[in-house]
Design a protein around this ligand. Structure first.
Ligand SMILES: [Zn+2]
Length: 224
């Protein structure tokens, strides 16, 4: 499944399962319960280091690490929900860690992560925000303000917005180079590598809060 296919499938899932306001933990949890028939235990006392969420496919149960902030529990709730929606035939149980883990299937985890991220922060909305905000971002401080505003808007952490900007870096370069949002090619990191595409994300451009970085760097890397 390509990134474009995945986002198309997620758009249908958002409409079908997650159409209510999704800016708080309860709404995602409620959607899992009422629309997907799942039980969500969002305060599970996990002891395994790095374990953040578990999907028990046969018991229709999602458990989320109690130690996480509400924003991160919300993300993992959506992540586990997508294991039920997309992957119920693959495994009976998904143990999901906050970083890569030898027991995980990287491809299925990528799908669940991208799907959860696209559910909470739809790419076309974030691109519109980047389009409107980019002319006013001249340094790291402005960029940080942009991140903060975006995180508040979507009810997610700053890190989640940064992760999203990384995973949409090629799409953002196309946008800032003048491509209309509807014509932007969605490409995963793997597909970009395959095509020899190397671009920087906004996070990489604005790494220092005090030094000014011309946004044109993105254009330069695009033509490289
Ligand atoms: Zn997972």
């Amino acid at each position: 499944m390509t990134k474009a296919d995945l986002y198309t499938a997620v758009a249908a899932c958002r409409a079908q399962y997650f159409s209510s306001p999704t800016h708080d933990l309860l709404s995602i949890q409620r959607a899992c319960q009422t629309r997907l028939g799942l039980t969500v235990e969002s305060g599970a006392p996990f002891k395994t280091p790095g374990l953040r969420g578990v999907a028990f496919i046969n018991s229709n149960l999602i458990c989320i690490d109690a130690k996480l902030s509400p924003e991160r529990r919300r993300f993992y709730c959506a992540h586990e929900a997508y294991h039920f929606i997309f992957h119920a035939n693959h495994f009976q149980r998904f143990n999901c860690f906050d970083e890569g883990h030898p027991t995980q299937n990287d491809y299925l985890e990528w799908q669940a992560n991208e799907a959860a991220a696209e559910t909470l922060i739809p790419y076309h909305l974030l691109l519109l925000q980047v389009q409107a905000g980019a002319p006013h971002i001249h340094n790291g401080r402005h960029f940080h303000a942009f991140l903060k505003e975006s995180a508040q808007h979507y009810g997610v952490t700053l890190t989640m917005v940064r992760t999203r900007l990384n995973s949409l870096k090629y799409e953002i370069v196309q946008l800032l180079a003048g491509t209309a949002i509807d014509n932007i090619r969605l490409l995963s990191d793997t597909q970009q590598l395959r095509e020899g595409i190397h671009v920087k994300s906004l996070n990489q451009i604005y790494t220092d809060a005090h030094v000014q970085y011309p946004l044109a760097q993105l254009g330069l890397t695009l033509s490289a």
